[in-house]
Design a protein around this ligand. Structure first.
Ligand code: FES
Length: 81
């Protein structure tokens, strides 16, 4: 996937299941993923991402796949499933 692709877009392009109830608007937090490898290639968490996770009672360790973009190889798991 090209750099700048969101993790959610990359998962869907690869036909991998990843939850999304808000159409990637960044408000539902169902796309939360655990980063297993490659966290250093990701942009830092914004206060908006942290806010959405807090409001949706999502594990603060997860990242929102629709709000993070690829900057290198990444391995994630999707705990929603
Ligand atoms: S798809 Fe809803 S917050 Fe990511």
């Amino acid at each position: 996937m090209p750099a700048g692709t969101s993790v959610l877009e990359a998962a869907h392009a690869a036909n991998l299941p990843m939850a999304s109830a808000c159409g990637a608007e960044g408000i539902c937090a169902r796309c939360g993923v655990r980063i297993l490898q490659g966290a250093d290639s990701l942009p830092p968490e914004t206060s908006g991402e942290a806010d959405v996770k807090r409001r949706n009672r999502v594990d603060p360790e997860l990242r929102l796949a629709c709000r993070i973009t690829l900057g290198g190889d990444l391995v994630v798991s999707a705990p929603f499933w």
